[in-house]
Design a protein around this ligand. Structure first.
Ligand code: ZN
Length: 424
């Protein structure tokens, strides 16, 4: 998956389901910060250690803040490498300007953001007034998280570990989103109805499409971008809501010490509670002659959901990606021809899960390249596509994929090497 998007922004889409609150002007809303902070502190069960700085930002100011964050977390080369991985997986067009689109998307969607570096939060100056206090509540949860758990430690995540980073991000955003919903109940003088809260969060999870007239940039975004942007809020909120059932919010604090380790644990909170640790995989280098490695990362269960759903539908994709045990991919670029090749090693909870993924990935490949398999058996499929050869091979509960090789000899050599990957 593309390297995450770790800026702590609140998105308008995450607010769309919330009933209108009190109507106040932005500066008046900001003046209410201390009062909102007291409410949020009580709801979340975290004391206020220090006052929180606040401000309003115009679209241009938000855009430059987002750009600065983006440049600090990813060099343009790293961003371009992630972009190429998405192109090779068939999730965006070859000429899609991912970085520009992403900035436009945030420009449209940002409702507010919290900056751990300066410990300040900002509200979008154009925000519909009914939503201002709700966004402030969300941002203030980040301020409290920061005062108690230090959010800066999440800013410099090791490279090539995006799935674990996405999981941590989902905890942070899910926590803030759940408290934000609880704040709305609180403002209406109602006790939190867990069933209604659960139903609201389920709606957030189910509805990733956007209203094109209201949010044209989001509605026109490639699914991978839309889904990645929304995952921490929707699945994160669902994760937090599930693990907090019948427990005080303060118990959630433990999760900041024992972080969720994968998108699998976020999607299936029971795996987090059992602490089903992901298998770490190290794949040997396939660099030779003209092939140079340009990117390497972990897709995770969420990554496979998205990349399969693009071609075989969401339901089948979700089912095939479940049972994920661990994975790693490496992207290679041919320095002479510019061709891309991706090598993937995946491991599954059982042989049945591996088989389901093997079958789903084969069907996805057939649709992706609009061509039938040139060779097919129960554990090996080869496609001859306009973008090189694709081999998908299964052994026990593991499946390896090599996509974009130039020749049969090359694929045989590389697949054999790929099977030498180390698991721990
Ligand atoms: Zn947030």
């Amino acid at each position: 998956m593309p390297r995450k998007i770790t800026t702590l922004v609140s998105l308008l889409v995450a607010l769309a389901l919330i009933a209108a609150g009190q109507v106040v002007a932005p500066d008046a809303a900001l003046r209410a910060t201390d009062e909102v902070l007291q409410s949020v502190s009580r709801i979340r069960g975290l004391e206020v250690k220090q006052p929180v700085k606040r401000g309003l930002k115009t679209r241009d100011e938000i855009e430059s803040a987002v750009m600065r964050d983006l440049n600090e977390s990813n060099t343009p080369e790293e961003f371009e490498a992630s972009r190429k991985a998405l192109v090779k997986l068939g999730l965006i067009d070859a000429d899609f300007a991912l970085r520009d689109y992403y900035v436009r998307l945030l420009r449209e969607q940002v409702a507010g953001f919290y900056q751990p570096k300066t410990q300040e939060f900002y509200l979008a100056a154009w925000l519909p007034i009914a939503e201002q206090k709700i966004v402030i509540a969300h941002e203030l949860v980040h301020a409290l998280q920061d005062q108690h758990f230090n959010l800066r430690r999440f800013e410099k995540w090791p490279k090539g570990d995006s799935d674990a980073e996405l999981a941590a991000h989902a905890l942070i955003e899910g926590d803030a989103t759940v408290v934000m919903y609880r704040y709305v109940f609180d403002q209406q003088g109602r006790a939190v109805d867990t069933r209604i809260l659960g139903a609201l969060i389920d709606m957030l999870k189910a509805d990733s499409d956007a209203d094109a007239s209201k949010y044209p940039v989001l509605a026109g975004a490639p699914a991978v971008l839309r889904e990645s942007l929304q995952f921490p809020y929707s699945y994160g909120a669902s994760f937090v809501h599930t693990i907090m059932k019948n427990r005080p919010m303060a118990d959630l604090n433990l999760a900041y010490t024992r972080l969720p380790a994968s998108s699998e644990q976020i999607i299936h909170p029971d795996r987090y509670l059992l602490f089903d640790k992901p298998v770490k995989i190290e794949i040997p280098s396939l660099s030779e002659r003209d092939w140079k490695q340009v990117d390497a990362d972990v897709n995770g269960e969420f990554g496979y959901q998205v990349l399969l759903a693009e071609f075989i539908g969401k339901d089948r994709a979700q089912s095939a990606a479940a049972g994920w045990g661990g994975d790693r991919y490496a992207l290679y670029e041919n320095s002479r021809t510019g061709a891309l090749m991706i090598a993937i090693y995946t491991t599954w909870d059982s042989e049945r899960d591996a088989k389901e993924f093997f079958t789903a990935y084969s069907q996805r490949t057939q649709k992706r390249y609009k061509t039938d398999a040139a060779e097919s058996s129960a554990s090996r499929v080869v496609f001859n596509t306009a973008e090189g050869l694709v081999a998908i091979e299964m052994r026990g509960a593991d499946v390896v994929i090599l996509e974009g090789a130039a020749s049969r000899a090359e694929i045989a050599r590389a697949v054999e090497k790929l099977w030498q990957s180390k698991k721990q």
